[in-house]
Design a protein around this ligand. Structure first.
Ligand code: FES
Ligand SMILES: [Fe+2]
Length: 433
């Protein structure tokens, strides 16, 4: 019996046929057993089948999107790896000497067996040692959606979001005399730019323009505006990405923007590191309306000097958040003085839709000419590809919002910015009362 034995005091629930054995290879297959969601997979070609719960314990990413690497199941987001027993054997951001926290281990089903041409799961201990021959062709359960986190999440329709300025369009999308319709918090507004300025219909508490963006506040805002020191600084040139749309809530997108540990896995084809994935300890300072976190990093950005030769220039990364969803990342190359700032603004349109505004502000450093239009266009094109990689991952996350109860996920050293985001959003949600 190819059982993965686990001790359990729960009552027996029996054996469940979950998939034809011939259909399970080294790509995880989502299945259901006893109403629970799992994935089944062979960790090497032709090996015994292993079964895992459907979500990674770190940030609850569905493991149906995981990959088999060197006999382990690797989460697609930050590369945590699990052996056939569900033990977390690698957290890359902790470095080669870091060890995974105990809660990182996956609670695998009591037994997995391949018999009668089928894969069978026993989620809990059962008195029947092996699945009996089926009297007829088995009918597997359809795979349920991975279970949501038990506690509250901060979704795109949280009532507190009424009390914030939200980006709703690029200024250039609303020409003088023109109008457009936008979605925000599950509602439609018509915006027009007339002789007396911007107008919203139905009326909003306010509409304004700032940093090349049209903003709308449905009700008296309580957010703290994000400052953008590079705006108006003549050493910087700017380039907007084409606004994008994510089929999910804004919170996990903001979480990804604040996270460097995913780059080697999600952005390997564009801007991610090939190695050196450890994230050193760093500080996060709370501020009114959000926080700032500073990290010392090595750059793998392909257009940074030396990066193509594998020199990984030193840089300082300064992350700033103003709740709910205004973010700024400034990357200072310490050896040349060049700087790249990324402004990242999220428009919570509907529960499952977020519009994404991204602006690059680029400086070549002291005494250097401004980056020319070709350089800016190249950087914007690269950033657009990086964003597409993030959105592709988001589309597989099956998230309804960012969990506000820290224990519903698992946080390690590299997640301090993510933890600060969850606290800032929890504070923002609580401030409405
Ligand atoms: S490693 Fe799986 S969600 Fe982060
Ligand atoms: Fe990313």
């Amino acid at each position: 019996m190819t059982a993965t034995a686990r001790t359990s005091t729960a009552r027996s629930t029996g054996w469940f046929p979950v998939a034809r054995a011939a259909e399970v290879g080294t790509t995880p297959v989502p299945v259901g057993a006893g109403g629970r969601a799992y994935v089944v997979v062979r960790l090497r070609p032709g090996a015994e089948v292993s079964a895992f719960p459907a979500r990674c314990p770190h940030r609850l990413v569905p493991l149906a999107a995981a990959a088999v690497v060197e006999g382990r199941l690797r989460c697609p987001y930050r590369g945590w790896r699990f052996d056939t027993e569900g033990r977390c054997v690698d957290v890359p951001s902790l470095g080669p000497h870091g060890s995974a926290p105990p809660r990182a281990d996956l609670p695998v089903p009591w037994a997995v067996e391949e018999r009668h041409g089928w894969i069978w799961l026993a989620p809990e201990r059962t008195d029947v040692a092996a699945p009996p021959p089926p009297a007829a062709e088995p009918v597997p359960e359809s795979a349920p959606a991975p279970a949501p986190p038990p506690g509250p999440v901060f979704g795109n329709l949280d009532p507190s979001l009424e009390h914030a300025w939200h980006p709703v369009a690029l200024a250039r999308e609303l020409r003088p005399g023109g109008w457009l319709q936008v979605r925000l918090l599950g509602r439609t507004w018509s915006l027009s730019r007339g002789p007396d300025g911007l107008v919203a219909d139905p009326p909003a508490w306010g509409v304004r323009e700032r940093y090349g963006v049209v903003w709308l506040a449905p009700a008296p805002p309580r957010d703290v505006p994000l400052e953008l020191p590079e705006d108006g600084d003549r050493r910087f040139v700017r380039g907007w990405l084409t606004p994008a749309r994510s089929a999910g809530p804004a919170g996990p997108l903001a979480d990804g923007f604040l996270d460097v540990a995913h780059s080697p896995f999600v952005h390997a084809a564009t801007s991610g590191a090939a190695d050196g994935v450890e994230v050193p300890a760093y500080d996060v300072a709370p501020e009114p309306g959000g926080f700032t976190g500073v990290q010392q990093q090595r750059s793998d950005h392909p257009t940074d000097p030396g990066a193509r030769r594998g020199q990984r220039p030193r840089r300082r990364a300064t992350y700033v958040l103003r709740a709910p969803f205004q973010l700024r990342l400034r990357l200072d190359l310490l050896d040349t003085g060049a700087a790249r700032t990324i402004l990242f603004l999220l428009q919570p349109e509907d529960a499952d839709s977020t519009r994404v505004y991204t602006c690059l502000l680029l400086s070549a450093g002291p005494g250097e000419p401004l980056p020319g239009p070709e350089v800016v266009a190249g950087e914007v094109a690269l950033a657009q590809r990086v964003l597409a990689e993030d959105l592709e991952l988001q589309s597989r996350m099956a998230s309804t919002g960012l969990p506000l109860v820290l224990r519903d996920e698992l946080h390690v050293r590299s997640d301090r910015l993510g933890v600060a985001l969850r606290r800032a959003l929890a504070d923002f949600a609580a401030a409405r009362r």
